[in-house]
Structures are given as structure tokens and as C-alpha cells.
Design a protein around this ligand. Structure first.
Ligand SMILES: Nc1nc2c(ncn2[C@@H]2O[C@H](COP(=O)(O)OP(=O)(O)OP(=O)(O)O)[C@@H](O)[C@H]2O)c(=O)[nH]1
Length: 565
């Protein structure tokens, strides 16, 4: 407030500041005389631009000069004049926009003082509100998702909605009025037949009781498998009661389905448990050792039989050892010797066309002599299943059959067929190495009479001893065979000079000339021996043996007949 204003006017200005009302006083010559702080807050552009005693026209002129441009400036005095006229003629408040605010201004001529102008910011208009919806309560209740009834203190229904009428099979809600819930409940069942109604009489009685004494929710069963949950609330007046009937049929069905699913799951879990126990029992009772190795290589599972077959401590395998460690343990002391692939092929027919899924089959011999057949099958998802069978007897039998097929049963020497096979193999080797071979064809002299005179058993004994004589004279690397009857052959390997074969023939003839002790008597035989050499006398087994045979005949022809002893 400027200092020249009357004191009461200054007080008025501060009061109007408190009300945030801007104020400006002009004298009767329209010169500015006084203003308050709110005026400067509303019109900050007037700060330092308003001067006491200045004509309002000057103020306006300054105002327009700062804002008008170009041709508009020509209109300046017109605008100033219009502003002065508005100022002098204003008697009613009007609104205008200034700096984003809507401001109302009032102007009042004061006799002897001049004119007082007041400004105030108008509150922004309240946003338009949507009209309140008109609610039709009755229609709304008829669309409620539950059947609603009101009953009086006698339990008589005083109001019901349409869903309630539908639940109880009534023509409309009016039909429920004056009735009680138990009555309507029995009516519903009566329409299904007297027998069913009788079955539900107890429920109706219980319903009566529940309505009288408890306010807790209860469930009702209606025809068609419908299940209702009834909730009750005390009404506002007297003993009036509100009952809400919720159709929980689907909920109930879902609950039952869930319970059934739980029961089924429990049954499946029990079955799985039983089957697993059964499987354990079967696996442990098996004659076959089983080991399940995980994808990372640990022995995850084993059965009892595996422990016996491998002589392993149960605690060791329970620790889920690495498979490689188990094999290392078994190999220590030669306890896991791999048998030849030929032995495996003879025993198992490997590769086993009829054993799908087996990726590996091997024969292992324990230091105890037991022979184990180990089969390995890839497990889907990683890992290997090993099966271990004790095939010791089968293996021994197989070995025996093989021995029989290649050896002479009486003397234990190689038979003719095997001898020729070995001879062929040695010739092939000798061909490459340039080695020399010697073949001795040995035919006993005077053998037949031993059979005739001393019997067949004595003859057998003579044959067995002749075989031993030849075996003892031959080197470890030589092969001795009985070709048949009283004929034998020796394949001499690694000889360097032809006379080495002759020397063996001489030693053999001398040894076989010695008397042989049989069970009955000492008998004497001799031997005619023919020698053939590879490569000099034949290039294949038959030719070589034939050459030795012929040499033997020549020797026999030279020999003198020997007397019987
Ligand atoms: N005890 C016995 N006799 C056999 C066996 N195999 C063949 N013989 C007999 O051996 C005899 C062989 O007859 P020979 O070859 O004439 O015998 P040998 O009296 O020595 O006459 P040479 O060979 O011509 O010197 C036959 O009487 C056969 O029956 C056998 O396994 N055991």
C-alpha cells in the first residue's frame, strides 16, 4: 500500500490481501492512488510499472505499447480510450482470463475518493458429474444369482425373488408368499413322488430346526441332483429373516471330481509302491546279476546275485561307486580276465542278432575259474544296464565239445582233421617266413596181432603209450596227431636242416620198439616212419602228408617181420 493512502484504506488493503483479493484505488481524475500486494500477485507485470498519481491512460498506453506490433500500433490511442471508458463505466462485475486464471473484477465509484477496483481469482468450475444411475431394486433382485426370500418371525415367507421361485419349481415369486421353507422343500419332493418326499422328510424337519435355532449355513438337496447352500441373515425389523439360496451343484460336482482324482492318485501311488516292491523282490531273486549304471558312470543299483557273482561287499556297492573303480578292483590279481572273442562267439553266438538292444557282450574269467558273461544294454535317457550270468558250466561244456571235435578220444592227441588244419596254417606261415617243416608219418608194426592175441584193451593201451612216446619226443611247439587206427603223425616246426626230421624219426622208431606193459602182458610193437619236408616234398597239407605216407610204406617194406612176444 502506498504511503499516501488514508490509514483506514491501508487496513482495508491488508484485509483484502488476507482474502487474496486484489485492490486498486483511482482518484476522481483516474490517477492511480493506492494498491495492495494481492493486486501485484495477480498482475505481476505491473510490478515497478505502477506509479502513484499516474493517470490510468498513461498506464494503459505503456501496456499496449509493449504488446502491439506493426500496423496495430496505429490503433493504440483507440485502445487506450476504450480502456478508460470501460474503467469509468463499469458498475457490474465481469470475468476475464489472465495468465491462465479466470479472474472476476468489480468496480465501485466512491464519492469524494474516486473509483475502487477489486479482483479475485474464480475457482475452476467443478467437473461435470455423471448423473446418478437410477436403480430398480426389485428388478435387480430378480436378476440376482441366488434365490432370496424374506420370512417373518413365524418363518412365513413375506417376499421372494424370481430365482427362488425357479429353484423351488413355483409358478412365480408370489406363489411362495405365506409358505415356509420346509413346506416348499417338501412340495418340491412331493412333485417327484411320495416315496422320495418321505425320504426327505427328515431333512425338512431339520431345516425347520436350523431356521429356528442356528444362523449357520446349511445345505439342501433338491431333485435333479441340485445342491443348495442356504445362508441366513437377521432382518432389520422384528424377527424377519433373509435366506439366500446359492446353487452349489457344480461346485459340489467339482469337489467330488477332485476327491475322486485324489482317491485315484492314492490308488496309483499304492499300486506303484506295490509294483516297485514286487520288482525289487524279483530283481533280488534273479539268477542273473543286475547292475544299473547312471549316465555319469556310477553303479546306482545292483541286486543280491551281483554281489555273489563278483564277490563284492554289499557296503561297497551301496556307496554308489564309479563303474571304472569296480572293474579296476576286479582286475587286481587277474580276477577279471577277458576271454577270447572266439570263445565268446562259440558260447553266445556273438554278434547276437537275436539279442536286440545289447550293445556289448563279453566273457570274463574270475581267478576262481568261474566264467561270467556280461551283457550291456543302453538305457533310454542315458546309463547302461549290465546283466551278469555265470556261464562256467556252459563254457566248460563248449570247451569239451570243441576238444572232442579236434582231438582223438583214446589218446588225447589231435585228430586227423585238426592236424591237417594246423598243417595248412603252418604251411601258410612258412610260405611267408621261408621256414622249413617236417612231417613224420608213423605206422605201428605188428599191432593187429596184439588185438587178436591180448585183446582190444591191450591194443588200446599200446596205442595210448605210443601216443605218449611220440608226445614226449616232440617239442612243445610241435603237433602230434593220431591219424586213425595205429597211424600217427608229427608236425615238426622250426627245423633248419632235413636231418633234424630224420633224427626225430630214428628216435621215435627206437622208442616205439620198446616193450609196452599192458594189463595182461608186456607186448612189443615196432614202428615204420616216413618223413616228408616242406617245401621240398609238397606244397600243401595233403601232398605233404601223402609224401610222408609213401615214405612210411617204403620204410615198412624194408623192415623185417617181427615175432610176437
Ligand atoms: N585196440 C584197437 N585196435 C584198433 C583201433 N583202431 C584200429 N585198430 C585195429 O588196428 C589194426 C590195424 O591193422 P594193421 O594196420 O594191419 O596193423 P599191423 O598188424 O600193424 O599191420 P601193418 O600196419 O601192416 O604193419 C586193425 O586190426 C584194427 O582193427 C583202436 O582204436 N584200438
Amino acid at each position: 500500500m502506498n504511503a499516501c493512502a488514508p490509514a483506514w484504506f491501508e487496513a482495508l488493503g491488508r484485509m483484502l490481501d488476507a482474502l487474496q483479493v486484489g485492490m486498486c484505488l483511482f482518484d476522481e481524475g483516474d490517477c492511480t492512488q493506492a494498491w495492495n500486494q494481492s493486486f501485484l500477485r495477480l498482475f505481476p507485470e505491473h510490478r515497478a510499472q505502477i506509479h502513484r498519481g499516474e493517470p490510468y491512460a498513461e498506464n494503459l498506453r505503456r501496456f499496449y505499447r509493449a504488446r502491439l506490433e506493426g500496423a496495430e500500433l496505429a490503433n493504440l490511442e483507440r485502445y487506450v480510450q476504450a480502456g478508460i471508458e470501460r474503467h469509468q463505466q463499469q458498475f457490474h462485475p465481469y470475468d476475464f482470463l489472465h495468465r491462465g486464471e479466470r479472474i472476476t473484477v468489480a468496480s465501485l465509484p466512491l464519492a469524494g475518493l474516486g473509483r475502487l477496483r477489486l479482483w479475485r481469482i474464480l475457482a475452476p468450475p467443478a467437473p461435470e458429474r455423471a448423473p446418478e444411475p437410477r436403480i430398480d431394486a426389485a428388478a435387480l433382485l430378480d436378476r440376482a444369482p441366488s434365490g432370496l426370500v424374506l420370512s417373518d418371525d413365524q418363518g412365513r415367507i413375506t417376499w421372494a425373488n424370481d430365482p427362488f421361485a425357479m429353484l423351488y419349481g413355483l409358478a412365480d415369486a408370489q406363489a411362495a408368499l405365506g409358505r415356509t421353507l420346509p413346506e416348499l422343500f417338501l412340495d418340491v419332493w412331493m412333485r417327484e413322488g411320495a416315496e422320495l418326499a418321505a425320504q426327505h422328510a427328515d431333512e425338512a424337519a431339520m431345516l425347520q430346526e436350523i431356521m429356528l435355532f442356528t444362523g449357520s449355513p446349511f445345505e439342501l438337496q433338491l431333485p435333479g441332483g441340485r445342491q443348495l447352500r442356504v445362508l441366513s441373515r437377521s432382518g432389520a425389523t422384528g424377527g424377519a429373516q433373509l435366506y439366500a439360496h446359492l446353487d452349489v451343484t457344480e461346485l459340489q460336482r467339482q469337489r467330488e471330481r477332485l476327491a475322486q482324482a485324489e482317491r485315484n492318485a492314492r490308488i496309483h501311488a499304492d499300486t506303484a509302491l506295490r509294483e516297485s516292491a514286487l520288482l525289487q523282490a524279483v530283481l533280488h531273486g534273479m539268477q542273473q546279476g543286475i547292475a544299473m549304471v547312471s549316465a555319469e558312470g556310477r553303479v546306482d543299483y545292483h541286486n543280491q546275485r551281483l554281489l555273489q557273482l563278483l564277490d563284492l561287499a554289499p557296503e561297497y556297492l551301496q556307496g554308489r561307486p564309479w563303474q571304472d573303480d569296480v572293474v579296476r578292483l576286479l582286475r587286481e590279481g587277474g580276477d577279471w580276465e577277458a576271454l577270447s572273442p572266439e570263445a565268446l562267439a562259440q558260447l553266445s553266438g556273438w554278434p547276437p542278432e537275436n539279442a536286440p538292444g545289447i550293445v556289448c557282450l563279453a566273457l570274463r574269467q574270475r581267478s576262481s575259474g568261474r566264467v561270467l558273461e556280461v551283457g550291456s544294454v543302453q538305457v533310454p535317457g542315458g546309463g547302461v544296464l549290465h546283466t551278469v550270468n555265470d556261464v562256467t558250466e556252459r563254457h566248460a561244456h563248449q570247451q569239451h565239445i570243441e576238444h572232442m571235435a579236434s582231438h582223438d578220444g583214446l589218446t588225447g592227441l589231435l585228430n586227423r582233421g585238426r592236424f591237417l588244419e594246423l598243417l595248412a596254417a603252418e604251411i601258410a606261415l612258412a610260405q611267408r617266413s621261408g621256414a622249413r617243416l617236417g612231417v613224420l608219418y608213423v605206422d605201428l608194426d605188428g599191432f593187429k596181432p596184439i588185438n587178436d592175441v591180448h585183446g582190444h584193451a591191450a591194443g588200446d593201451e599200446v596205442l595210448r603209450q605210443a601216443a605218449q612216446v611220440l608226445q614226449s619226443l616232440a617239442r612243445e611247439s610241435d603237433f602230434v596227431a593220431r591219424l586213425g587206427g595205429d597211424e600217427f603223425a608229427v608236425l615238426q616246426r622250426g627245423i633248419h636242416q632235413p636231418h633234424e626230421a630224420q633224427a626225430l624219426a630214428v628216435r621215435a622208431a627206437a622208442a616205439l620198439a620198446q616193450p609196452v606193459a599192458t594189463a595182461g602182458a608186456a607186448v612189443a610193437v615196432g614202428a615204420s616212419i616216413g618223413v616228408a619236408l616242406y617245401p621240398e616234398d609238397g606244397a600243401d597239407p595233403q601232398a605233404l602228408l601223402a609224401a610222408a605216407d609213401q615214405a612210411m610204406y617204403r620204410a615198412k617194406a624194408r623192415a623185417r617181420p617181427r615175432p610176437l612176444s
